[in-house]
Design a protein around this ligand. Structure first.
Ligand code: FPP
Length: 244
């Protein structure tokens, strides 16, 4: 499968909506958290293969701003699982020169989680390989609201006479500043939604959806997504190669 991939055309940024952990567990008569636990293993495999392919950025939607509506027990278990993941994987992430970044209002996460995340951010801050963005307490509309408020404040504080926003100014105030936009958006478990994820940044992303639930997502699925991406013709609103 690897042979089918054009290594010079690896998507620079892949974003993933990891969905279907609950359904995976239900089908096996297991508690939902078993699905999340299996999902953490799929995270491990995905980070590994993306880094090996030389991807510049991998963004994973791990906890949305809407996920607080879930039962407190499931939220607590998800937070524990995240901490467990960090403790288990940070050494290898660092060894592989991966830089961890968090997207979302992470200051609202439980203090222990914040501490572990900050340890990870510090440890990997100078790494120059793949950027691993983990979206936590993330919502794209909230991100845009925060960006617009920061822009407004900057302009008011700076006494700007004729305020004007541009696409570049907005992009510089998002949590993905400095990174290329996603070329490829993957969603598992067959849902056809973008769920308030990177709304600004996915303007030209190719979307790839699989029926596979996230815990069953393997290296093979990721490679297939990249192969399919490489077959697509990206037009950015222009005409195709044959002028149609
Ligand atoms: C969606 O499945 C998944 C989540 C809300 C959480 C994602 C978490 C993980 C993959 C595990 C830990 C993450 C890291 C970064 C270590 P769902 O529960 O919405 O599934 P359902 O739609 O089938 O109910």
């Amino acid at each position: 499968m690897l042979a089918q991939i054009d290594i010079s055309k690896i998507p620079r940024h892949v974003a993933v909506i990891m969905d279907g952990n609950g359904r995976w567990a239900r089908r096996r008569h297991l508690p939902r958290i078993a699905g999340h636990r299996a999902g953490a293993q799929a995270v491990h495999n995905t980070v590994e293969i993306c880094s090996q392919l030389g991807m510049r950025v991998l963004t994973l939607y791990a906890f949305s701003a809407e996920n607080w509506k879930r039962p407190q027990r499931e939220i607590n278990l998800l937070m524990d699982l995240l901490r467990e993941y960090l403790r288990r994987e940070l050494g290898e992430i660092h060894k592989n020169n991966i830089r961890l970044q968090i997207l979302g209002r992470y200051e609202q996460l439980p203090q222990k989680v914040r501490q572990d995340l900050e340890d990870g951010l510090r440890l990997t801050a100078k790494n120059t390989g793949m950027v691993l963005n983990v979206a936590l307490n993330y919502g794209a509309r909230a991100e845009l609201v925060d960006a617009f408020n920061a822009i407004l404040k900057g302009m008011l504080d700076g006494g700007v006479r004729e305020p004007e926003v541009t696409e570049e100014i907005i992009a510089e105030h998002l949590s993905t500043r400095g990174l290329p936009d996603p070329d490829l958006l993957i969603r598992t478990s067959g849902e056809m939604r973008v769920s308030n994820f990177l709304l600004w940044q996915i303007a030209y992303a190719e979307i790839w959806v699989t029926e596979t639930c996230w815990p069953d997502f393997t290296r093979r699925h990721l490679l297939q997504a990249v192969i399919d991406f490489q077959k697509r013709e990206r037009r950015y609103g222009g005409l195709g190669r044959n002028g149609s």
